[in-house]
Design a protein around this ligand. Structure first.
Ligand code: ADE
Length: 241
């Protein structure tokens, strides 16, 4: 998969050189290219923002640098990824909610572009123009406001990147995670069986696989009911007898 990121803080994405995604890049599973939006600003101060029409607080990102950055990325996409139009994602608190289902959907794409806005946002015409180049999605991480799209893009890149076949060593570990089956993950324990007066639940020491599976499932439902009742169908929001 190819991922392009446009930001005025390209060094933010240096962390993509470490850990599992760093290894995935080294192994050629992931081709990440980070672009400095200011390289596409041509005035003396390399400015990328200006005051909003109609007045109001803050600054708005100018359309011209965005247009040029996206043009260049998409032109090079045709050269090495064929004719599939990229998905162009703008992280935004005003976007649709990003979820594990979104991550799975995006993990099947050959080319993602993340456009990280700052200030009060990006000139609205950029989204309209981007839709002539690719499939545009405004995506929110949750109902809170970050200073810009960078942290949100990082989170989305990690959530998507780890679903690309081969990135996570043991694909089994992807199956039993929170949100993969609509429930939160069951609790995990390792040795020692007794630690500071706290015991590992007996069932996990029993060696009885069916009972372990039942217990884990019940724990998933109970945790989800307490912490995230919004994820459960109405019938399952009552305490289990
Ligand atoms: N940019 C600022 N806040 C954001 C959020 N909650 N999600 C995605 N992008 C953002």
């Amino acid at each position: 998969m190819r991922i392009d990121v446009v930001s005025i803080f390209p060094t933010f994405f240096d962390v993509l050189e470490v850990s599992l995604l760093g290894k995935a890049r080294d192994r050629g599973l992931l081709d990440v290219r980070v672009h400095d939006l200011r390289d596409h600003a041509h005035d003396r101060h390399r400015s990328v923002d200006d005051t909003p029409y109609g007045g109001g607080a803050g600054m708005v990102m100018k359309p011209e640098p965005w247009g040029q950055a996206l043009d260049e990325i998409v032109a090079s996409s045709d050269a090495d990824a064929g004719t599939v139009r990229p998905v162009i994602i703008f992280p935004s608190p005003a976007g649709e909610l990003f979820s594990q289902a979104t991550a799975r959907e995006l993990a099947d794409e050959p080319h993602l572009v993340f456009g990280c806005g700052r200030y009060e946002g990006i000139d609205e015409r950029v989204f309209d123009y981007a839709a002539t180049l690719g499939r545009v999605r405004l995506m929110s991480l949750g109902d809170y406001v970050l200073n810009g799209g960078e942290v949100a893009a990082m989170a989305m890149i990690e959530a998507v990147g780890r679903l690309i076949p081969g990135v996570v060593g043991n694909p089994e570990s992807l199956v039993e995670e929170s949100h993969e089956d609509g429930l939160l993950e069951y609790p995990s324990y390792t040795k020692p069986a007794s630690w500071r007066g706290r015991e590992v639940p007996d069932v996990l020491l029993s060696g009885h696989h069916a009972r372990v599976a039942d217990w884990r499932r019940a724990q998933q439902v109970e945790r989800t009911r307490i912490r995230r009742p919004d994820l459960l169908p109405a019938a399952e929001t009552e305490p289990q007898a």
